[in-house]
Design a protein around this ligand. Sequence first.
Ligand code: ADP
Length: 142
Amino acid sequence: MYNKILLPIDLNHKASWDRALPTALVLCKTYDASLHVVTVMPDFGLPLVGGFFPKEFTDQAKKALTDQFKEFIKEHVPKDIKVQRIVVDGKPYEAILRVSKKLNVDLIVMASHKRKRLEEYLLGTNAMRVVQQSKKSVMIVR
Ligand code: ADP
């Protein structure tokens, strides 16, 4: 039923993966699907933001994030799961939608919030926009 599952996570916010990752792993095992974990860097490319940072800074930040991401996958994803890591930049919801189209995933699994303190709202802005705009199925994990 599902071949490719996309899991967007923010490595700095545990709430974005502590329940969504185990759910995605069960789905991958059940359907023998591959897992595509995407993390979005803050948009240093925007003229207003990017102008303040030298290029080496963004390269270093990307490398640090990639290293952190590798460790995370090693620690949290069992070896028998086919997994792909994706680091992109931009606005999280736009990047998530872009990657989901590019990889042609069947399902996006994501937490409703990345920060615990905002749980009184139904959905965070990134989650809401992905649900509204995605042509793929989206599972919101609460
Ligand atoms: P809130 O701002 O209310 O905490 P968000 O809508 O930003 O909630 O986060 C909901 C989900 O969006 C996260 O669980 C995660 O799946 C995705 N998301 C948010 N930021 C990022 C990011 N930088 N990289 C990847 N996914 C993200």
